[in-house]
Write a protein that binds this ligand. Structure first.
Ligand code: B12
Length: 212
């Protein structure tokens, strides 16, 4: 089985070709390709291109949704394969993860959660559109060390701030808030008092540092 090229994976998402994206993801898994690289240089690069085309007025909402569906189909194959590489028995730490209230973008968040899990963290994924109250309730229930919050819209980044404030007012130092998502930056994280990672691989490294 030959490894699919990044260009082919990129193109499948740009074309919104769900079947092709799924097929290429399966080929990446079956051929033993580096799955993170397949995501970053292939499928994620494709969905970013879709975002650009949408920004430029080349693509409209149906194409954006179709591209996202193709990306999700690929991740539906890749995420379980990544999670299966999991090794550690004793969890390194407990993470509650979700996309903040008002925000439905869940592809990057799911990738971060999957990779944390594959690297020995116990991960509780609350999905998308998660309120501060729900983050806090789950963190309390599972005795979390880290609450990880994704925001992809400039309008929903404020919920990350509200989450940090709720943690400060409640459990305090017991829980660290880690944030991410394309509009967020290290500067924003510093301003609100959260940890930051720009991608899923860095999120694993940062989470490791936070619990050590
Ligand atoms: C796919 C997509 C969608 C899909 C989402 C499908 C889904 N289930 O997720 C759909 C079509 C539904 C969608 C809808 C909308 N979207 Co949209 N979408 C995108 C797009 C093209 C790609 C996002 C993506 O999946 N990237 C791939 C993943 C792998 O990358 P990522 O999310 O950045 O995640 C990585 C890092 O950021 C980081 N990370 C992410 N989360 C976290 C969390 C933590 C804790 C950490 C540490 C790290 C981390 O690690 C990840 C992996 O490396 C972006 C463009 C872009 N460049 O981001 C626009 C974009 C985010 N969307 C945008 C907009 C405006 C919308 C809509 C408002 C459109 C509309 N008019 O209806 C709606 C909003 C709906 C809502 N309420 O949420 C704008 C946001 C603009 C802004 N500044 O706010 C963008 C930037 C497009 C643009 N250029 O204008 N969208």
């Amino acid at each position: 089985m030959s490894k699919p090229t990044p260009e082919a994976m990129h193109q499948a998402v740009v074309d919104g070709d769900i079947e092709k994206a799924r097929e290429l993801a399966q080929a990446a898994v079956d051929s033993g390709a580096d799955l993170l690289d397949a995501v970053e240089s292939g499928f994620a690069a494709g969905i970013r291109k879709v975002g650009e085309l949408w920004d430029e007025g080349e693509y409209f909402l149906p194409e954006l949704i179709q591209g996202a569906e193709a990306m999700k189909a690929a991740m539906g194959v890749i995420n379980p394969a990544l999670a299966a590489t999991k090794g550690a028995v004793e969890p390194k730490g407990r993470v509650v993860i979700g996309t903040v209230k008002g925000d439905l973008h869940d592809i990057g968040k799911t990738l971060v959660g999957t990779l944390l899990e594959a690297n020995g963290f116990e991960v509780h994924d609350l999905g998308a559109d998660v309120s501060v109250e729900d983050f806090m309730a789950k963190a309390d229930e599972v005795n979390a060390n880290i609450v990880a919050a994704s925001a992809l819209l400039t309008t929903t980044m404020s919920v990350q701030k509200a989450l940090v404030e709720a943690v400060k007012a409640g459990p305090g130092d017991k829980i660290i808030v880690m944030i991410g998502g394309s509009p967020t930056t290290a500067g924003w994280a510093e301003d609100i008092g959260a940890a930051f990672a720009e991608n899923a691989q860095r999120a694993v490294a940062v989470a490791g540092e936070l619990v050590s």
